[in-house]
Design a protein around this ligand. Structure first.
Ligand code: 5AD
Ligand code: SF4
Length: 458
């Protein structure tokens, strides 16, 4: 290489720092933004100080989301004073919902882009270099971003794959239908092609993502259309793929074929995140969830009948407008009846533009705090019990990397619990039977099996 060529190369080399908030779909989007920018010479860096471009991939689902973005921008701003050529981009749902306000309050931001537009990033970067003001892309474009994305760089052992975006359910409290748009499924051939490519690159688990992933529906190629159960069966047939998961689901879209897939597809993990939000029929109706508490209880029973070792996870909201003490008690009763291995719970947070935000019977903050605390004590106990119950069992763990300590490997159980084990690095990338020696509140400790037992279990 000549000196000139080397100098050009050094100039072409740029650094990209991405900060991600929110759900796994944002984690997936951030990875794909890195893929889109790689051909322009952008390599990832962990340090904003070293970056030529910083992307803030934001989440709008609960309160303070935009304030967090503005405070992060305030923290980053001095970097731009030192390096005026630096590009600041705000992506994701806050960008979608509050694009104009971002530019007004933080005029040093160069790019504001909604979640459907990041395939246009190279063009936006070029425009930002020329433009005096910010480049704003928050329309929902006619073309799908998925048709314009490059193949992903080396996938992880557990890889995300977005198969569906947006939502038509319009729950009273939720911004997703407004920020991510209408429900749209990716076609089956595109999903299968991306899955094959992930597995060829070393992925052993695929996590199917969507705001409403079990609303996925597609053309099966024979003139008939099918749902997620069908897609899962097709994906499970890919050689080398050991595990499949999907998130996040709506109880109304758990159809009989999807439940049957839990019985029939061994690689579909016995773990399901199925948000219920409340255990009160009054509140579920006010939330526009379209089902009752008993419908959810029956669904849990049907899933466990199909796959007896299935564990459930959920989302709960404390203090939706109009929620009474009796409603709150009904939520606690549902949690006790169903029993969750893991869960997320939140204080209701009014989101501008959603129906619940304008409802008259808002619940006082202290009351929401108390109800949330009740819920969290119960959920924490259920999770701890579930983890303790794993002690002594032999289970298959998908090992995904080194653990925190020397000589340790880390992975996930079929129920998504983090597992740590002192053991050989050769297990990384494999699903290996191990013995659980301790079930801790948030993780499991394991030990390798003697060779003979390993064979017996395989
Ligand atoms: N307030 C509190 N929690 C919310 N969620 C969504 N919107 C709100 C809100 N306005 C929760 C729901 C959802 C999860 C992703 O976030 O429980 O399932
Ligand atoms: Fe939001 Fe989920 Fe309801 Fe859709 S189904 S509106 S994403 S909470």
């Amino acid at each position: 290489m000549t000196t000139d060529a080397r100098a050009n190369d050094a100039r072409a080399m740029r650094r990209l720092h991405v900060i991600t908030w929110g759900c796994q779909m944002n984690v997936y989007d951030s990875a794909r933004m890195q893929d889109v920018l790689a051909p322009l010479g952008y390599a990832p860096t962990d340090r904003a100080e070293d970056a030529d471009m910083v992307i803030l991939n934001t989440c709008h689902i609960r309160e303070n989301a935009s304030e967090k973005v503005f405070s992060e921008l305030g923290r980053l701003r001095p970097l731009k004073q030192v390096r005026p050529g630096m590009i600041f981009a705000v992506a994701g749902c806050v960008a979608q919902a509050e694009g104009r306000e971002i530019v007004a309050r933080a005029p040093f931001v160069d790019i504001v882009m909604g979640p459907q537009t990041y395939h246009r990033l190279p063009e936006m970067v070029a425009r930002a270099a020329r433009a005096a003001g910010a480049v704003i892309e928050t329309e929902f474009p006619a073309e799908s971003k998925f048709d314009h994305l490059p193949e992903s760089a080396a996938p992880a052992i557990s890889a995300f794959l977005t198969i569906q975006e947006g939502c038509d359910k319009f729950c009273s409290f939720c911004v997703v239908p407004y920020t991510r748009g209408a429900e749209a499924s990716r076609p089956m051939p595109a999903v299968l092609a991306e899955a094959r490519q992930l597995v060829a690159g070393g992925a052993r688990e695929i996590v199917l993502l969507g705001q409403n992933v079990n609303a996925w529906h597609g053309d099966l190629g024979n003139g008939r259309s099918g749902g997620l159960g069908r897609l899962i069966r097709e994906l499970a047939a890919i050689p080398g793929l050991l595990r499949l998961r999907y998130t996040t689901s709506h109880p109304r879209d758990m159809d009989a074929d999807l439940i049957a897939a839990h019985r029939e597809v061994p690689g579909l993990v016995p773990f399901l995140h199925l948000p219920v939000q409340s255990g009160s029929d009054r509140v579920l109706a006010a939330m526009n969830r379209g089902h009752t508490a008993d419908h959810y209880r029956r669904l849990a029973e049907r899933l466990r009948a199909a796959r007896p070792d299935l564990a459930l996870s959920t989302d709960i909201i404390a203090g939706h407008p109009g929620e009474t003490e009796a409603d709150h008690q009904a939520t606690l009763a549902l949690i006790r009846d169903v029993g969750f291995a893991q869960a997320f719970s939140f204080k209701y947070s009014p989101r501008p533009g959603t129906p619940a935000a304008g409802a008259p019977a808002q619940i006082a903050e202290v009351e929401k705090d108390r109800r949330l605390a009740d819920i969290q004590v119960l959920l924490r106990d259920q999770q701890a019990d579930f983890n303790r119950g794993c002690a002594g069992k032999v289970i298959k763990v998908l090992f995904t990397g080194q653990g925190r300590h020397r000589g340790q490997v880390a992975g996930r159980s079929p129920w998504l619990q983090p597992v740590h084990m002192t053991g050989p690095a050769s297990v990384i990338g494999t699903e290996t039977a191990v013995r659980i020696i301790e079930g801790r509140p948030n993780s499991l400790a394991a030990e390798p099996l003697p060779q003979t037992e390993e064979l017996a279990c395989a």
